[in-house]
Design a protein around this ligand. Structure first.
Ligand code: SIN
Ligand code: FE2
Length: 214
């Protein structure tokens, strides 16, 4: 059967000044990226962390890179070691780094040097409430976010939690980049709908590349 979409080149969809969706940008390499995610998770498993408020996060997380983002009773922070295992995070694969740098560049951000990659795993019902990414030292570096597996609705808002949000569906292989004047916009993920994806089964994965420290 003729598949009208599989041959389609990636395209970009602006969200706001300094924010863009690079549709299908990594679809061709998504399988390889998932294999790397699996290798990282075999070294450092996904955990449901507990927020400072005592809530178990519905999203399970792991990290790779020099620094990893996590939360525990003390707060939200980047650290060189996983506080659960006490071990350093697995290194960021070159494949990840080069892809993140290329995507940032395509979105207009040169000189992106990610030192942290948070990997989120969503199961049906898992969500990420509206938040700002503001635990990093330098807001001049953008955020690069790669979606893999089941689709999810991404909310992209303003600079106050209560402002109206755009809602866009993010699918396997889509990349969102936000920085510059959009760097501190609120964003989140609505509860994941159940489904089965050929590569990731009942899950959605998201890779978030950031520069944590100057
Ligand atoms: C995040 O805000 O850290 C992740 C967003 C996503 O899962 O797409
Ligand atoms: Fe975020």
């Amino acid at each position: 059967m003729l598949d009208l979409f599989s041959e389609e080149a990636p395209w970009s969809e602006p969200l706001a000044e300094g924010a863009v969706i690079l549709r299908r940008r990594v679809r061709d390499e998504a399988d390889e990226l998932m294999t790397l995610v699996e290798a990282i998770a075999s070294q450092n498993p996904f955990y449901h962390r507990i927020t400072p408020g005592g809530h178990r996060m519905s999203v399970a997380m792991t990290n790779c890179g020099d620094f990893g983002w996590s939360t525990d009773a003390r707060g939200y922070q980047y650290s060189g070691r996983d506080s659960v295992t006490g071990r350093r995070w697995p290194p960021m694969p070159d494949r990840f780094r080069s892809l993140a740098v290329a995507c940032a560049q395509e979105a207009g951000f040169t000189g992106f040097h990610p030192d942290a990659c948070l990997i989120n795993r969503y199961e049906p019902g898992a969500k990420l409430s509206l938040h700002q990414d503001k635990d990093e030292e330098d807001f001049n570096q953008p955020i690069v976010s790669v979606s893999l597996g089941l689709p999810a609705v991404f909310q992209f808002g303003g600079f106050e939690r209560g402002e109206a949000t755009q809602r866009v569906l993010l699918e396997h292989g889509d990349v969102v980049v936000w920085g510059g004047p959009s760097r501190l916009r609120y964003h989140g993920i609505l509860p994941l709908k159940p489904g089965i994806h050929p590569r990731t089964g009942g899950f959605r994965f998201n890779l978030t590349f950031r520069r944590a420290f100057r």
